[in-house]
Unconditional design. Structure first.
Length: 319
């Protein structure tokens, strides 16, 4: 049984103006040959992760599913780190197999002293072929830490320790070449059905971050151009009083999901009662985003709209 490796570019493959292939990447990883599973390489597309699209990731999931059907024991994807937390969460919503789907990359490119790509790739490959990682959906592996896709965040622009899971911590580690899963989060229901790439491309969901003195002027006309909105509110899900009726009007016209801009913790439901509080906004029709950060909430809402799935039930899993 093999490990299917898909390469998408990013810092891990940047060697000056030259972009490394999957063969180049694996050749630089000591210990990969002793893994016990051959690595089957597919170079997909060498692009900065900022240029990756949701439809492109669905195509990758389809290719990975075919690799599993052909006998792959697990999947590893290398990509840039800029939006890895979003692509991993998207995959987690649609990945139907027990085989691990492991995503990794690098913060230091191969031309720098101490590049982290080889170690991350080796750890990811170990996780991909480990029975302990089955039935966990999509995972992100960095610095020998194993993170569940639905909780992981990129928290630093340059540090090799950028990926953390603020609400839970890593679910496991790779220690002395051994994959050790310390806790197994319950696998949640993903999106029912696979969105067609053109349908997903046509589904527009805005992300709006609430700021001080915010009157919502930038939201005017949004219902004419978008099918949904995610609001990154203050703290536990608050907005200025002047913004509250604007959000309520939008919630009457489209799904509007309330999240926190803090990056950790949950939106509350009924602790504060003033205009613009979480209680007020939810009463105006906003949907409780629970523990989901704004970026993942946007990914989920877009998928749900593209597949005409049950929005309320899907977000209830994260509350």
């Amino acid at each position: 049984m093999s490990v299917a490796l898909f390469t998408l570019g990013g810092t891990i493959s940047m060697a000056g103006t030259h972009r490394l292939t999957g063969d180049d990447l694996t050749a630089a990883v000591p210990g990969l040959a002793e893994l016990g599973h051959p690595v089957e390489i597919q170079d997909v597309e060498k692009v900065p992760s900022a240029n990756l699209t949701a439809s492109k990731m669905l195509e990758l999931v389809d290719a990975a599913s075919k690799a599993v059907a052909d006998g792959a024991t697990g999947v590893v994807v290398t990509q840039g780190t800029d939006n890895l937390e979003e692509t991993a969460f998207l995959v987690d919503q649609v990945w139907p197999h027990p085989q691990p789907f492991v995503m990794t990359g690098a913060m230091r490119n191969p031309t720098l002293a101490g590049p982290d790509g080889p170690a991350n790739l080796l750890a990811a490959a170990r996780v991909a072929c480990s029975p302990a990682a089955r039935d966990l959906g999509a995972l992100v592996v960095f610095k020998e830490e194993i993170h569940a896709a639905r909780w992981v965040r990129k928290t630093h622009s340059t540090s090799t320790a950028t990926f953390v899971s603020p609400n839970t911590g890593p679910i496991g580690h790779v220690v002395e070449d051994r994959v050790r899963v310390l806790t197994r989060p319950m696998r949640l229901d993903g999106v029912h059905g696979m969105a067609e790439p053109d349908q997903l491309d046509a589904t527009r969901v805005a992300l709006y971050t609430v700021t001080m003195d915010d009157d919502g002027l930038l939201l005017q006309g949004l219902a004419n151009t978008h099918q949904g909105l995610v609001v990154a509110g203050f703290g536990v899900g608050h907005a200025p009083a002047a913004l509250a009726p604007v959000l309520g009007e939008l919630a009457a016209a489209m799904p509007v999901v309330l999240t926190s801009r803090t990056g950790g913790g949950s939106v509350l439901r009924n602790t504060y009662k003033s205009v613009g509080s979480e209680t007020d906004l939810l009463q105006r029709g906003l949907i409780d985003g629970g523990f989901l950060d704004p970026y993942k909430a946007r990914v989920l809402l877009r998928l749900l709209l593209a597949t005409d799935d049950d929005i309320t039930a899907a977000f209830a899993q994260y509350q």
